[in-house]
Ligand binder design. Structure first.
Ligand code: ATR
Length: 269
């Protein structure tokens, strides 16, 4: 019998997850279906209850429900706890298992696809919302030193505080970045959605630096800025999307798909 999965978000019509998971299923010969479902903003728990009643095996969760998914999970992985957010649910009997594959997805993309080594690198993360929280620990564990910059300094300070005792992560305002240089700058703000650029000073990129935008689908003002400022490697978030999906698929199906042909197919689209 076909096992059912879905991605839940609002809005969701432009989600590429069904395309990705259907390609994974074809490639691995897994008998699954995967669809995009829009949940009412005030009806996430009901949507999940409906899926469970209909025999779904699990789902991905995207904006704006990742924190609600975290709260709804009856068991959470360490990765989910680190991010206080869940993007993958597994329905097992009366349990709802919650995991977060965003951070490992970013890491896999940077190290495997972009082929950039994070060890001993100075990383700057722009933004201190859910997207930033999801990638902090994986970047830190990969050996990068981290500065978080955010419009609202308090939010960056709260994220940095999570590392107390574990290592050095600093919180800054954008204007405090003047005169500093970084190996990697990751845009985890939602500024690209409104075609805006965080107020970044000039000269932030070291020679050979990587500029990474977690958004995909268009060249954001941040990536344009990075190009103009001489960043050597430019990457959007498409690879992260495919890699996080592969980890979700592996959690559900106990087998890891090959991401390369899927990423190639999406780049051609
Ligand atoms: P997400 O889950 O996508 O991270 P979020 O939790 O709403 O969404 O966080 C959005 C992040 O983008 C925040 O860090 C926000 O900065 P503030 O905390 O100061 O609001 C940042 N952001 C959004 N638009 C921005 C812009 N035009 N310039 C700079 N930062 C922006």
């Amino acid at each position: 019998m076909t096992d059912k999965y879905a991605v839940i978000g609002n809005p969701i019509s432009h989600s590429k997850s069904p395309f990705i998971h259907n390609m994974f299923a074809q490639q691995t010969g897994q008998d699954i279906s995967y669809e995009a479902i829009e949940s009412p903003l005030d009806g996430f728990a009901d949507t999940i209850a409906r899926l469970r009643a209909a025999g779904y095996k699990g789902c991905n969760v995207t904006v704006p429900f990742k924190f609600e998914a975290y709260q709804l999970a009856t068991q959470r992985s360490g990765r989910a706890n680190d991010a206080s957010a869940v993007n993958t649910l597994i329905f097992e009997g009366d349990q709802i298992l919650g995991d977060n594959t965003d951070g490992v997805g970013l890491l896999a993309d940077i190290e495997k696809n972009v082929q950039y080594k994070l060890l001993f690198k100075d990383a700057l993360i722009l933004g201190a919302g859910g997207a930033a929280a999801g990638v902090m620990w994986p970047l830190f564990n990969a050996g990068a030193g981290i500065i978080i910059a955010n419009r609202t300094l308090e939010k960056a300070q709260t994220l940095a505080k999570a590392f107390e005792g574990a290592g050095t992560v600093f919180a800054k305002r954008y204007e405090d970045l003047a005169g500093r240089r970084f190996d990697i700058i990751i845009n985890a703000t939602s500024s690209g959605l409104s075609d805006e650029l965080p107020p970044l000073p000039d000269g932030l990129f070291k020679p050979g630096a990587l500029a990474y935008d977690m958004m995909y689908g268009k060249e954001t003002p941040f990536l344009k800025f990075a190009r103009a400022q001489g960043a050597s490697v430019i990457a959007d978030g498409l690879g992260m999307l495919v890699e996080q999906a592969a980890t979700s698929f592996a959690l559900w199906r106990k087998m890891r798909p090959d991401t390369r042909p899927v990423l190639e197919a999406m780049r051609k689209q």
